[in-house]
Ligand binder design. Structure first.
Ligand SMILES: [Zn+2]
Length: 398
């Protein structure tokens, strides 16, 4: 069996580790998460990696004696609810495949493969819990609870390794972090490319815009005398959509709307909308954010409603290391591919790693661009191509 075929078969086997039958749901701190990690650990040992589990529950496999510069390959093995089988898992399986391909070789780099225990934050209100803990950050507050009231501390009891040494799991001699991930978008498929080189992981801002007008009777207040908070919110939503479209690279989404009092015969006195605004270029995102504030102020003034803009968070973009990207591109060309450059609209563990080591990401074409869905699908040929690229980077000095 080829290493790519093995990775595909292993992804199928991992899919069996699920909290609910008939779907793939594997959240942090569950026995199923631990079962998946045990499978990964067995495959790592077969591939000749030395393994350990850290305090949070990340699985770390190493190849080499620490005398050569180390390449770290990783991704996450937790999932969203009713997930597909490749998001995250594929990146780990490719790391293990890389170790297998290098068996008996004399690679220029040591290899560390990391399986992060929680990237999705599906169960507890954490962000990048696994990769932050891998880098030695203190574990989040154990009193955090999931929707059922179970504590993170109880989850750590199940998934973590209390006996592990604290501190960063990043090798001192690490020179690169590589993450292969399904694209989660339709570009590679549309353009006929098996692989893409990620140039940047798009940062984003999340805002809440609250508009306050005057509630009133839907039958008695003439149109010209209304202060309708929802109509103002709707006008803002459409203007923000136009703003992102005109930019070409930005994406903007109004995904939450709350209207009060919320009755069919009452003019809305209050409306709140969320705005998720992303752009790979931080400066341009900052300018767009300024434009959003202007739009809100303009609409509010014209419609005589009060407006408040609250920036809930604003995360910077991460630029992937151009030299690492170039090395992956050369490796891809040597197997007859010409991967395009593209930005990642979704966040990944590479965002956290980028503060400590140069990072690069390789996207693998996925059918229909579908992710976070049981319909996630990749081909064995594309997986083989990704494996060849990663292996070449670990194998060669340049
Ligand atoms: Zn993922």
């Amino acid at each position: 069996m080829s290493a790519a075929a093995r990775a595909m078969a292993r992804a199928d086997e991992l899919a069996g580790c699920s909290e609910r039958a008939g779907e793939i749901t594997r959240r942090y701190g569950t026995p199923e998460l631990v079962a998946a990690r045990e499978l990964l650990e067995a495959w790592m040992l077969e591939a000749g990696l030395r393994t350990r589990v850290d305090r949070a529950g990340n699985l770390i496999g190493t190849l080499g004696a620490g005398e050569r510069p180390a390449v770290v390959i990783g991704s996450h093995f937790d999932t969203v609810v009713d997930a597909g089988r490749y998001d995250g898992n594929l990146g780990i399986l490719l790391g293990i495949g890389c170790a297998e391909e290098l068996a008996g070789a004399d690679p220029a780099h040591d290899l560390t493969v990391v399986a992060f225990c929680d990237e999705e934050g599906t169960r507890f209100p954490t962000a990048y819990f696994g990769s932050r803990a891998f880098l030695g950050a203190p574990l989040p507050d154990g009193a955090l609870t999931d929707a059922e009231g179970a504590t993170l501390a109880a989850g750590i009891d199940i998934a973590g390794n209390a006996a592990a040494e604290p501190g960063s799991g990043l090798p001192a001699n690490a020179v690169a972090y590589l993450e292969a991930h399904i694209e989660q978008g339709p570009v590679l498929e549309a353009e006929g490319h098996p692989l893409g080189i990620v140039t940047a992981i798009t940062g984003g801002a999340k805002l809440t815009v609250t508009l306050t007008g005057t509630a009133g009777h839907a039958g008695t207040v003439p149109m010209g005398l209304r202060r309708d908070a929802f109509s103002a919110a709707a006008e803002i939503a459409l203007a923000v959509e136009r703003l992102a479209r005109d930019d070409g690279e930005a994406v903007a989404t109004v995904g939450e709307v709350a209207v009060a009092p919320g009755a069919a015969n009452v003019i809305p006195g209050r409306a709140a909308i969320s705005i998720d605004l992303r752009h790979p270029d931080d400066e341009r995102r900052g300018r767009l954010l300024g434009r959003v504030r202007e739009i809100v102020a303009d609409v509010a003034a014209r419609r005589d409603v009060e407006a408040a803009v609250d920036v809930v968070h604003d995360e910077r973009s991460v630029v992937c290391d151009p030299a690492l990207g170039e090395r992956m591109r050369r490796a891809a060309r040597s197997i007859g591919l010409d991967p395009p450059s593209l930005a990642s609209g979704a966040g990944h563990d590479a965002v956290v790693l980028s503060d400590h080591v140069p990072v690069a990401m390789l996207f693998v074409r996925c059918a229909g661009g579908i992710s976070h869905n049981p319909a996630e699908s990749v081909t064995e040929d594309d997986v083989a191509a990704a494996l060849a690229v990663l292996t070449a980077v670990v194998r060669s000095a340049e």
